[in-house]
Design a protein around this ligand. Structure first.
Ligand code: 03F
Length: 209
């Protein structure tokens, strides 16, 4: 029916800890979505996201009982690699993964809110640019910003993007956007919780690539 409804994130507990296994299960569906976007430039993004998920999963699988929450992983790496941390291991992978997740969140929220370029109502460039400026741009030097510009030109039409979110079925725009809004509830609180955890642990870095 809908990719988003099939892969909803779970509601967080009151202490806002993020269960590692549930999180990995939920994000593992994101990379495949890039295959339906139709341009090679998305394979760079897909492999970056995939690589970060794989790194976090690799650490988790070493000791699932020890790494119940994402914070368990980050805190234990802080102890294990005091010199390199936080630029190390799953801590670094999650630092970047969360930025991509924030990008997706802002993009979907902007579509749900109806932000549109009145002159080009079937383009999503305003939405993509908003997400990029808020989530990623400050971490990118000019070469990677050029990759973004290439991705922006290759971005699908709004109607095709919404159709892809609906697994290629013709779904009424309003129904699709209702799914997006529903998806965003737990998704946004999960992404917020990870950002908060990085802030609290002083694990955030601001170098550019
Ligand atoms: C740093 C950096 N990663 C990497 O160098 C850059 C890769 C290319 C980034 C290009 C930017 C493109 C922006 C997106 C435009 C999309 C247009 C969308 C149209 C729909 C880090 O890499 C490594 O990750 C880390 O492991 C390593 O150790 O310093 C570290 C070392 O470097 C990034 O900047 C992360 C980029 C994440 C981009 C996410 C974009 C998501 C795009 C589309 C989403 C579509 C919505 C899908 C919804 C599906 C819901 C199920």
């Amino acid at each position: 029916m809908s990719i988003l409804m099939d892969n909803q994130f779970k509601e967080l507990p009151p202490d806002k800890s993020v269960d590692t296994k549930l999180f990995l299960d939920a994000v593992s569906h994101i990379p495949a979505f890039f295959d339906c976007l139709g341009s090679k430039v998305f394979s760079i993004i897909k492999s970056d996201i995939n690589g970060n998920i794989t790194k976090i999963k690799g650490v988790y699988m070493k000791d699932p009982a020890k790494y119940v929450t994402l914070e368990d992983i980050v805190v234990s790496e802080r102890e294990a690699y005091p010199a390199e941390w936080p630029k190390v291991g799953a801590t670094l992978a999650l630092m970047w993964l969360k930025r991509g997740l924030r990008f997706i969140q802002i993009l979907l929220q902007s579509l749900a809110d109806g932000d549109r370029d009145e002159n080009n109502p079937n383009l999503i460039r305003v939405n993509v640019t908003k997400a990029y400026e808020q989530a990623l741009k400050r971490y990118h030097g000019w070469i990677v910003q050029k990759v973004f510009n290439a991705a922006l030109v290759a971005a699908p039409y709004r109607s095709n993007f919404l159709k892809a979110l609906s697994k290629g079925e013709e779904v009424k725009e309003e129904d699709c956007l209702a799914n997006v809004r529903q998806f965003l509830v737990n998704y946004t609180s999960t992404v917020d919780a990870i950002y908060e955890m990085y802030g609290n642990l002083n694990a955030e870095l601001d170098y550019t690539v």
